[in-house]
Write a protein that binds this ligand. Structure first.
Ligand SMILES: [Fe+2]
Ligand SMILES: [Fe+2]
Length: 326
């Protein structure tokens, strides 16, 4: 592994920036690996689980469904291909129909009708199809009942998709993690919001009310209510036995400096999340956090300015995808 010999600003000067096989790494000390694979939670992970009423609520959440476990496996496997995705989708009639319908929409402007799933995946794109599958399977895992406002669902979906796209593009600038991993982390970073929308509806409404009454961002309103989507997301990630990098991103994307490990991945998703919020909170993007994270990730000012020019394009692509899906 080639050591670039630069002192890494992320890790108090004690670690070094290394580069090997196309992926950058920080020589930070990793904490004890808490999971042994999907669905397996060891004792260390159990210590981080909540207590009391929240614990009962988390325990009542659905276990990791088999199909979602399979998809996460495909997402984690760098050798996975469109055919793995195809075999997963083939077992889900509704999903299959959705993918075919989408490939045949006017947007893709194909002259011949797409009749096979493999052709549909090629037309739409592996990442797009993967995110549609993930979203559908997550929605099945957290079925929205009652009067949850559709606009909340739409906002959340668009936000995670924009975050995933920005994260992948940032990872292309500096591959601290692979583009695919960054994309997947972006897709799952707000898992806690999804759970809150469905299983902690009263808290969700109270938090929105606090944010509206005080004119503060939702994450600050959550802190006042003493229940955050990052905690809930982390508990679900632990319960599902997701790999450690997912816990870290889910738990620390609002405070990357506090993450005990995987800080580059957390910072990439954090930056991506801020860009996805650029329209609602333009001041955040101008804040010192962004500049610090940009420097920590070794992204030059010029590269960053170039990336900022993509924000509107990403927004439009996500809007278009949402329309095609609904
Ligand atoms: Fe978040
Ligand atoms: Fe977010």
């Amino acid at each position: 592994m080639l050591c670039l010999g630069e002192v890494c600003a992320d890790c108090d000067g004690s670690s070094r920036l290394t580069k090997g096989s196309g992926q950058w790494e920080m020589g930070e000390t990793e904490s004890v690996v808490m999971t042994t694979g999907y669905g397996h939670v060891n004792d260390q992970a159990k210590k981080e689980m909540p207590y009391g009423d929240i614990s009962i609520q988390i325990d009542s959440l659905p276990p990791l469904p088999c199909s979602l476990e399979r998809l996460l496996g495909i997402m984690q496997d760098e050798n996975s291909s469109a055919s793995d995705l195809e075999s997963l989708i083939r077992h889900d009639e509704a999903l299959c129909a959705k993918i075919l319908r989408m490939a045949n929409s006017a947007f893709y402007g194909l002259r011949c009708r797409v009749k096979t799933l493999s052709r549909a995946i090629m037309t739409i794109g592996f990442h797009e199809v993967k995110s549609i599958c993930l979203f559908n399977l997550l929605m099945d895992s957290f079925p929205v009942r009652g009067n949850v406002d559709r606009s909340h669902r739409e906002r959340l979906w668009k936000h995670v998709l924009m975050t995933a796209r920005h994260a992948a593009e940032i990872a292309c600038l500096r591959p601290w993690v692979s583009k695919d991993e960054a994309y997947d982390l972006g897709l799952l970073h707000d898992l806690g919001w999804l759970a809150m929308l469905v299983h902690f509806k009263d808290d969700y409404q109270i938090i929105h009310q606090i944010a509206a009454d005080r004119g503060i961002p939702l994450y600050l309103a959550e802190e006042r209510h003493e229940l955050t989507h990052t905690q809930i997301g982390k508990w679900i990630a632990l319960r599902w036995g997701l790999p450690e990098v997912y816990h870290r991103v889910i738990a620390y994307h609002h405070v990357p400096e506090e993450s005990p490990s995987h800080r580059p991945a957390v910072k990439i998703v954090s930056l991506a999340h801020l860009l996805a919020h650029m329209r609602e909170y333009p001041d955040l993007v101008e804040s010192g956090f962004v500049e610090t994270f940009r420097l920590d990730l070794r992204i030059s000012r010029c590269e960053w300015q170039g990336h900022l020019g993509n924000v509107e394009r990403v927004r439009q692509e996500v809007d278009r995808l949402w329309r095609l899906l609904n």
